[in-house]
Design a protein around this ligand. Structure first.
Ligand code: ADP
Ligand code: MG
Length: 478
């Protein structure tokens, strides 16, 4: 019997994919020389004034509309005051009481095929801080301010998740959504998409939430799951040993697979929030919202439904194909060339192609086999030029860069044998060489048919058309 219930709420920081920063014209490009991309506004020099980048407002509204959230008609930027070396202004411009995106929700699919609604409390705009570099220096800390002023959308969930798996499903769903909306590149290694997990436990059946710890520094979905599981164990052990969970910020160490205390949790009033006097409130009209709603691409959930109802794909395949915009785009490029072959295309993408990509640790965007190349291969199976088995061989050759499906089939002489005369000649040979099996078949042992088919396919080097073989073989054996 599970005596404890896990409660998780996530705060996700999605870096908005604008060219310039949220309040200045400085570039947001990743990977430049330290301290070459922070301008006087980002550094908060006396006398400078921030100017809001209109594009970040559009992007936040896109997200809000996509999760059916209330868009706040007039939202306000506030100063969150704290002292830290990578925050040269001494405050971060964020939103506090009036975030641009209010309450919304998101449906997540769970492993058992069920779905669950997770509440989104709010999503607000804010600027990122700089980076402290601890590893590159001994007894010193380097400060890189390139990231200062980079636009972030912080998406805060309700404490609705009940397991690490649910938290991962939710985080993945948001990750997919922001990429579909083209408001965030989703790159977790570069820190464009970061998760903080708030974790608590409570006795099963208890309504009051337990004291939570907030885990920072999680940069992959795998670590998110492991960090939460570790933290849940730690809290249960602590309470069962008579201790108390402290409300604190903890750090996840992926090398040791553990969380460690970083600092005690600050309360909102520690930050002395107040409206930023240098920035006007952000007014959003219904027209703005409708214009943005009309500009939205087809969202993953709509796509998934369409793949099931219009294309006849299985729930499972539809879910996998829409799990990333890149995969869905690839699928649709192929589908555009052969609209009747949807399930074959889905199977090739989710089977051989995904297998090969995973093995080579490649993204579908960098696949050596393009959607157009893949559909040529699938076409050759559909028009009986090659069998499904030979197609795998052609696929491998395409992967190795040996050219298009047609070129490989031609060069390696892989065309299927459909000519009845040629197939009959092989069948006759095989029948003559195996009189015992012929006897068995005639005595009613249907199973030996498989043996004959195997022999014939082997003789033909896999090129005989299996349908023809089956049909002609039965006739001859009778
Ligand atoms: P803060 O901004 O100080 O971290 P919030 O109240 O905004 O605090 O909550 C942040 C996140 O913590 C939200 O995602 C919320 O759902 C989650 N949360 C709040 N209380 C708990 C709790 N007891 N257990 C788990 N998650 C919680
Ligand atoms: Mg927090």
């Amino acid at each position: 019997m599970a005596a404890w219930e896990t409660v998780i709420g996530l705060e996700i920081h999605a870096q908005l994919a604008t060219k310039s920063k949220i309040f200045s014209a400085a570039s947001t490009a990743f990977g430049s020389e330290p301290n070459t991309q922070a301008c006087a506004v980002d550094l908060g020099f006396p006398g400078v004034l921030p100017v809001l980048n209109a594009e970040v407002v559009n992007m936040a509204i896109k997200f809000g509309v996509a999760i059916d959230a209330k868009i706040t008609p007039v939202s306000v930027f506030a100063r969150k005051n704290y002292f830290y070396p990578d925050l040269p202004k001494g405050y971060q411009i964020s939103q506090f009481e009036l975030p641009i995106v209010g309450q919304g929700d998101l449906s997540i699919s769970l492993e058992d095929g069920q779905s669950k609604i997770v509440g989104v409390t709010r999503a607000h705009l804010e600027e990122d801080a700089g980076k402290s570099l601890h590893e590159e220096f001994t007894d010193q800390t380097g400060i890189d301010l390139n990231r200062a002023g980079t636009p972030l959308l912080e998406i805060v969930s309700e404490p609705d998740m009940r397991s690490a798996k649910e938290a991962v499903a939710y985080a993945r769903k948001i990750h997919t959504l922001v990429q579909y909306l083209e408001i965030c590149d989703g790159n977790m290694q570069e820190g464009s998409f970061r998760c903080d997990a708030n974790v608590s436990v409570r006795p099963m059946g208890e309504e009051k939430l337990g004291t939570r710890a907030e885990i920072k520094n999680i940069n992959s979905f795998r670590f998110l799951e492991r960090a939460i599981n570790f933290e849940v164990e730690r809290q249960i052990d602590l309470i069962e040993d008579g201790g108390k969970v402290a409300q604190e910020t903890r750090l996840y160490d992926s090398d040791k697979d553990e969380t460690r205390s970083m600092r005690s949790k600050e309360e909102a009033n520690d930050y002395r929030y107040f409206p930023d006097p240098d920035l006007l409130p952000v007014a959003v009209t219904d027209d703005d919202i409708e214009r943005i709603r009309a500009s939205l691409p087809e969202l993953p959930e709509q796509k998934r439904q369409r793949y099931i109802s219009d294309l006849g794909l299985s729930d499972y395949n539809a879910e996998l194909l829409t799990g990333s915009r890149d995969i869905a785009d690839y699928f649709e490029q192929a589908l555009a060339k052969a609209p009747t072959l949807s399930s074959q295309i889905a199977n090739w993408i989710l089977g051989n192609l995904t297998g090969a990509l995973n093995k080579a640790d490649l993204d579908i965007k960098d696949s050596p086999i393009s959607a157009v190349m893949l559909i040529e291969l699938i076409d050759r199976i559909a028009d009986n030029t090659i069998s499904g088995k030979i197609a795998k061989q052609v696929f491998d050759a395409m992967w190795q860069g040996e050219g298009s499906a047609d070129a490989i089939i031609e060069a390696q002489g892989l065309k299927q044998i459909t000519d009845s005369g040629a197939i009959e000649a092989i069948i006759d040979e095989v029948i003559a060489a195996n009189p015992d099996q012929v006897e068995q078949f005639r005595a009613g042992k249907e199973k030996v048919l498989g043996f004959f088919v195997g022999q014939i396919m082997k003789q033909s080097k896999g090129k005989a058309n299996p349908g023809k073989v089956n049909q002609l073989l039965r006739d001859k054996l009778k």
